[in-house]
Design a protein around this ligand. Structure first.
Ligand SMILES: [Zn+2]
Length: 468
């Protein structure tokens, strides 16, 4: 995590002082001194404005990211506007206050006056007689902020109050897809030359993706360097076997089929795993994709990987039992409206790409790089789709299943869920949960409520406790 991000996250609890009722202390809101007399000569109460002092959003977003609230004198109507150094980059709906970027922000080309990707605004609301205003700093983060494992931030237009119910029941619920509506993984198979040549275009999107590599293709220039850089950017290198044969060809003793094959599916996976760890420097290998979607690889994959991807058509529902060792592929949509329909279904979509066009190394199944990058940009603009690597979404998906399957025990007023992480589960992963009220804790420390509407639970802790 970078320093800026931590700084903003640390500031969030102070922002939870949301509503000011006649008191301006404790929040970023400032009720301006430009007092005008009311019609009868008596000063009417100025509008009271509720705006967080800081907000973090991911780059690429053009959807509404904030709807501030105000309290006005009886019978008055709010009219919203913005001022400040970077106001020209934003639009605000005068009637609702809905705030959005005019153009998708790009952290590589900061659009704010000081070029720090932190946009300074003053949000203003008028009741027709008087105006109140509050400063707002909007920090724009890359989608791969936080390295390989950090969860991105869902867009929440209004602060969500910490649940304070007293039902006596925790009502624990895991948010699907980390609080986003849907999840999306871009996968690229075969470590093809055209993917290496177009890697800078993919990198420029700053989303984490998964490259399923066959090290036998490492004759192409910049092979290792490209995948090392992808790891440094937070993307995942997955296992696609060394020689890309059908599993049966590895054991048929036929010199005409897969002559270089290593003799078993497990040996092919292990050889590629060594390459990814030692030549490319990824700490472990958590996911695989089967050559040709050949599910004869499944028995060998089951003991080696958290999840594996096949090639059958489909999408994955949250928190339920799709086959973790044969995840399906979603159809890559040709246009934005079809993407939006798919994204509204609330499922995990996994795309597969082979050759990226244009190229002199056409290995078949080509898709134009502009279509891929355009799809990424559109998915980011919505703010409702979690774009991440297969290992990251897969760990959340399987982690949700683990917690949901845990039967809580209650002792001396404390309810505790326990789970055991399966083999090949990456460390440092979190779930986002809500409860009816009360306090959640792990390792004896209370969890902190996030204004976006969740507690973050560490999966590594393998236990979660609740008290009323
Ligand atoms: Zn392949």
């Amino acid at each position: 995590m970078n320093r800026n991000y931590n700084h903003i996250r640390a500031a969030i609890p102070a922002l939870l002082v949301a509503f000011l009722s006649g008191c301006s202390g404790g929040s970023g809101a400032v009720n301006s001194p430009d007092v005008q007399a009311g019609a009868g000569g008596a000063a009417a109460a100025a509008p009271v404005l509720s705006v967080p002092a800081n907000l973090s959003v991911h780059e690429g977003l053009t959807a509404t990211f904030l709807i501030p609230t105000s309290t006005l004198s009886n019978g008055r109507t709010a009219t919203w506007s913005i001022a400040g150094n970077d106001a020209a980059r934003f639009r605000i709906d005068p009637a609702t206050g809905a705030l959005s970027f005019r153009q998708a922000p790009d952290t590589a080309r900061p659009g704010d006056a000081d070029g720090h990707n932190d946009y300074d605004l003053v949000v203003q609301v008028s009741d027709g007689l008087r105006t109140s205003q509050a400063p707002l700093k909007v920090l724009v983060l890359p989608w791969n902020d936080g390295g390989a494992a950090g969860l991105p931030l869902p867009v929440v237009a209004s602060d969500v109050a910490r649940p304070a119910g007293t039902t006596g029941q925790p009502g624990l619920r895991v948010l699907d897809w980390a609080g986003f509506k849907a999840a999306l993984s871009y996968t690229f198979d075969d470590s093809q030359p055209s993917q290496i040549d177009h890697y800078p275009d993919l990198k420029a999107q700053r989303v984490r993706v998964t490259y399923y590599v066959n090290p036998v293709a490492n004759w192409y220039p910049n092979y290792d360097a490209t995948w090392k850089d992808a790891i440094a950017q937070g993307s995942e290198i997955g296992n696609h076997t060394t020689h890309h044969c059908r599993a049966a060809e590895l054991t048929d003793n036929d010199p005409n089929t897969c002559p270089a094959g290593l003799g078993s599916a497990g040996a092919e996976f292990d050889d590629t795993g060594v390459y990814i760890r030692t030549k490319l420097g990824q700490s472990a290998v958590w996911t695989s994709a089967y050559p040709f979607g050949d599910t004869d690889y499944k028995p060998a994959a089951a003991s080696r990987f958290l999840v594996s991807r096949g090639v059958w058509p489909g999408t994955v529902a949250p928190g339920t039992g799709s086959d973790a060792q044969n995840l399906p592929l979603a159809e890559f949509p040709a246009d934005a409206s079809r993407f939006d329909t798919a994204a509204s279904q609330g499922r995990w979509m996994i795309y597969l790409f082979h050759t990226l066009l244009p190229t002199t190394q056409d290995w078949g199944g080509g898709v134009d790089i502009g279509a891929v990058a355009g799809n990424m940009a559109h998915a980011k603009s919505l703010g409702t789709v979690w774009i991440d690597s297969v290992v990251n979404v897969g760990a959340y998906w399987r982690g949700q299943q683990l917690l949901q399957a845990a039967t809580p025990t209650t002792s001396a007023g404390t309810t505790t869920w326990r789970w055991t992480l399966p083999a090949n589960f990456p460390s440092g992963r979190k779930l986002r949960v809500v409860v009816n009220g009360g306090t959640l804790s792990q390792d004896g420390k209370p969890l902190t409520w996030d204004r976006r509407g969740y507690y973050e639970v560490s999966l590594d802790a393998q236990a979660l406790s609740w008290t009323q």
